[in-house]
Ligand binder design. Structure first.
Ligand code: SF4
Ligand code: SF4
Length: 469
């Protein structure tokens, strides 16, 4: 591990913060993507994205095909979900979700035929207006496949007052252990670049940058062979976590600072993941919506760590089984990487659109004793490591003491939850965990305030009507 208060990217821009945890990508970096057979039952959550959950569009007993729409919503910030197998709907009920809690989910009995919905057709994006491309991307159920699962059509529809001049394609994959994006760049570089062109066309950008960390020279070479368009630049980034975070990428590549509480579009940028670009290209070429994704199944207790192409809704247990099972009982199973991933309490959770990895850790790897009371020796390491220029130690302390005004004033919502602060803390303070609690509490208080304001307005309206009588 090393901590540097300002690293230099290969083209000389200063970057603050970050850490360099062991990469641990050797377990799967050389493993080509292998298609996994869907299990007998797939359970597809109706909430697989940021935004409004979907309502079911099928009922028990319905026959569905690969690509059949099974859930949708009227909300703009949402994304439809489709069946990943052909078979019969066995039920719609709450099911454990890998992002936490439960979500209504459609359980489908797989008939093993993988019969595809015949209404699905390829689309020629070159003949389409930007609005048509966005509608198609929405219809495909596309979300950010880097793990954030933000609906892609929303990103591709910035308001007119925020014109986009640059698209950044994120191939950094800075989380340790994960190699799904790396394999996609190696095995499908044409699709990655084609997807990027579609995104550029949708947002009207004339420039794009594909950003890859310098620990992936083979991927850079493969992409360089297919990037022939002078409006697309290929850049290597110094390997450093969290180099792939949206705001960090924008600062490093363009020298633009996304303002506090702002979005990339506020500085003329859209950032997408290489996996998303590849999925978009595949959709326009085949007409098949997002029903599968590449997942790195890895860790020292997985018998055969692999990069699997997994039908959505397959359980974590089935994915682990497809990799030979566990060699020893895992102490912890995480969705995603070790820095930002989410620990799971059951392997019955399904693979969803945001599942970039399944990481199983041994007792030794998972050993992390959290102090009963956070103790800060004021070493300043967390401040040095924070890529967002926050003061993590104060955020954690104020959150722990439930000082919500203070955490708001210290811009807690600018925290990208990268975990660099927790990683560097010598007293093992659960800093990012306390920050997450603080963010959730602020969100809860905001909702409560809005609800009370609505109730007041309604009461006043009612009072006015009664006074008219
Ligand atoms: S405060 Fe947030 S953004 Fe800063 S290092 Fe900690 S987790 Fe990352
Ligand atoms: S790294 Fe830990 S001990 Fe050091 S200042 Fe931050 S919270 Fe305190």
């Amino acid at each position: 591990m090393g901590i540097t208060a300002g690293i230099r990217t290969r083209w000389g821009k200063r970057v603050k913060g970050g850490v360099h945890p062991p990469e641990s990508k050797h377990l799967t970096a050389d493993k080509p993507i292998v298609r996994m057979e869907a299990p007998e039952l797939v359970t597809i959550p109706l909430r697989q994205h940021v935004g409004a959950p979907c309502s079911p569009r099928v009922k028990r007993g319905d026959r569905v095909l690969v690509g059949t729409l099974i859930g949708d919503s009227e909300a703009f910030v949402s994304a439809p979900v489709h069946s990943s197998v052909s078979g019969t709907v066995r039920g719609i009920a709450p099911h454990p979700h890998p992002a936490g809690g439960e979500s209504p989910a459609v359980t489908i009995e797989n008939d093993g035929l993988y019969e595809r919905d015949p209404s699905l057709r390829p689309l020629e994006w070159r003949d389409m207006e930007p609005d048509e491309i966005r509608r198609a991307v929405r219809a495909a159920g596309m979300v950010g496949l880097g793990g954030a699962a933000f609906p892609t059509h929303v990103k591709l529809a910035p308001p007119k007052e925020f014109p986009i001049d640059t698209v950044i394609l994120n191939g950094a994959e800075c989380e340790p252990f994960l190699t799904a994006d790396y394999r996609l760049m190696l095995e499908h570089p044409e699709d990655v670049v084609e997807g990027l062109r579609i995104i550029m066309s949708a947002v009207g950008a004339h420039r794009a940058i594909i950003a890859v960390e310098d620990n992936k020279p083979l991927a850079v070479k493969k992409l360089a062979e297919v990037v022939r368009d002078p409006s697309i630049e290929l850049r290597t980034l110094k390997t450093r976590y969290p180099q792939g975070a949206e705001k960090v990428l924008i600062t490093n590549l363009l020298g633009r600072e996304v303002p506090s509480g702002g979005l990339p579009m506020h500085v003329g940028v859209v950032v997408n993941n290489v996996g998303t670009a590849r999925a978009i290209a595949q959709y326009f070429r085949t007409g098949l919506p997002l029903v599968e994704r590449v997942v790195t199944v890895t860790g020292s207790v997985i018998r055969e760590p692999s990069n699997l192409l997994v039908p959505l809704g397959s359980s974590f247990a089935a994915a682990v089984e497809a990799c030979g099972g566990f060699s020893a009982s895992p102490a912890k199973v995480i969705m995603g990487g070790p820095m930002m991933g989410l620990a799971q309490y059951t392997l019955e959770v399904p693979v969803v659109k945001g599942t970039s990895g399944i990481l199983a850790l041994s007792d030794r790897e998972a050993a992390y004793e959290v102090p009963r009371e956070p103790v800060c020796i004021r070493c300043g390491r967390c401040v040095e490591a924070c890529p967002m220029n926050l003061i993590p130690t104060y955020l954690a302390a104020f959150s722990h003491r439930e000082k919500w005004d203070q955490v708001r004033r210290l811009n807690i919502n600018d925290c990208i939850e990268c975990g660099c602060c927790t990683y560097t803390c010598p007293t093992r303070n659960p800093i990012v965990q306390l920050i997450k609690v603080g963010k959730a509490e602020l969100a809860r208080l905001k909702t409560l305030q809005e609800q009370r304001a609505r109730e007041r307005e309604e009461a006043m309206e009612q009072g006015g009507r009664d006074g008219d009588l």
